[in-house]
Design a protein around this ligand. Sequence first.
Ligand SMILES: [Zn+2]
Length: 146
Amino acid sequence: MSDSKVLTCPSCAQKNRVQISAAGVPHCAKCGKPLPWLGEVSGADFGLAVESSPVPVLLDFWAPWCGPCRMVAPAVEKVAVDLAGRIKVAKVNTDEQPQLGERFGVRSIPTLVLFENGREKERVVGARPAAELRSWLDSKLHAPAR
Ligand SMILES: [Zn+2]
């Protein structure tokens, strides 16, 4: 089963159901703008959701007990909204998906891994303010599509 979330369109407030492992960038059913693409990913849908993603993926390794993870969560969500159509944000709960944490050698959380064209491009370990996270991503992502 693939994770799906109801997300509110930042442009027109329409609620849309968005699947983390959808084949293409999700667009608002009402206004047609690209939607923020954010959801939980598991080992089972990692291939579809992350390795085969049509856009770069920001993997957020976190756990419910981790204070700094809760601090960085709004910054990560803001990136999904600000860069809608250009990035996907996939959250990995390391308590529920320890094999993914192990696969990526995640030793402390939060760890943010930028995944592009099926492989890891960069990572940052530890919480970052939203502005710093955004400028890090801007420096790593390809030229804006809009
Ligand atoms: Zn809309």
